[in-house]
Design a protein around this ligand. Sequence first.
Ligand SMILES: Cc1ncc(COP(=O)(O)O)c(C=O)c1O
Length: 449
Amino acid sequence: MNKKDLNRREFLNAASAASLAAVASRTIPAYGNVSKKAGKLAILGGQPVRTKGWYGWPIWDKGAEESILSVLRSGNWFRGRGTKVSEFEKQYAELMGARRCLATASGTTALLVALHVLGVDAGDEVLVAPYTFIATYNVVFLTKALPVFVDTDQETFTMNPDKIEERINERTKAILPVHILGLPADMDRINAIAKKHNLVVIEDACQAWLAEYRNKKCGTLGDLGCFSFQNSKNLPAGEGGAVIGNDEEIMDKCYSFHNCGRPYGTVKGTSGYPVRGSNRRMQQFQAVILMSQMKRIQKDADTRLENALYLTSRIKDIPGIIPYKLAEGATRSAYHLYPFRYKKEHFSDIPRNKFLAALRAEGVPCSSGYGPQNKDGVIEEALNSRGYKRLYSSRRLKRYREENHCPDNDQLCKEAVWFSQSMLLGTKRDMDDIADAIAKIYENRAKLA
Ligand SMILES: Cc1ncc(COP(=O)(O)O)c(C=O)c1O
């Protein structure tokens, strides 16, 4: 990624913090009939399409303030001395349609719990999506397993099921698809391949609260599903995470592992600490924030969906703008981000960075999204470590380096453009501003080239 570009969190913060001056009046009709009155591009000194700010994030109410104060005053801040975390777990499981939920300190710790409990161990290989936040493969490295990248379907932004089987070998233990940006991965095909090769499936649903695949919630489709509640997320608590699942014994193991390996349910107390464990617990404060945020999550999700569909209808016919497509079987995105691909050949070859700068100048915050992280420094740093050299033969590591190519993902990383979830919480008029700004740039592309 170009260093000048904002990373996802910086972008989300900047987008929600954006507070611009008064509204300028202008008339730009729907695309297909873009008026020449749209005028000079703001980046070239013209009037911006929008000077108004966008929704801030997170949003909270008085009720949240009161419940945080009541936890504070109780002195019961830790889950072992309170009821709030288990109340949240019950509510979240119900919302997701899962039998059980385990709350964790973060999405990263949720993924670490899932990998450990499903038996991913040192020397194993895990198939991962490269188009994701770095945490998805950091957790594989922390488990001392090898993250093997499966190329991305550029249309859906998710793991391409056609590219999975060629990456499987006798050490492969798990598939870790990511419902990235809120877009569900093609879970029918991923689960079928996992079943055929006896692999476990851990869904990284850290950006996919209320996203649906065949009308079931993402996170309930594999063996375990993991969520993040970090500050920028559609369900925020500063930090926080969850693992959901339907298998009682596996969920008991998750609980036990996240609580230092103490006995829990079917994890019997043969001693004080019968199994390995770690502290991955959520705090009571996180749980009360989450329960107050859950009161708005469905309504917000419906607003984002409605606005996203409208925005797609407005921009899909602009040449060179290709909105995301849902994977086969996916029924609903969570719209943590709204993505499209920008094809510069339709915009007089204006590089994406210049297009983004022009869009920002029109008053529309936007981001270029992820870079090709399967080539990031972390990969070589891990492969060159003592542990990896011990666990994997030099022949395997040589082949790994030779095969670590995801050309479709590389192309997607060059073309993607994102809008943040909070921008989708506004009105149709806000979506018109986005569409009008893109159309205006398209109309003036020759002047920007
Ligand atoms: C796809 C994905 N996976 C994992 C994580 C890790 O979650 P957390 O930041 O809560 O540890 C995130 C969070 O940004 C994410 O977006």
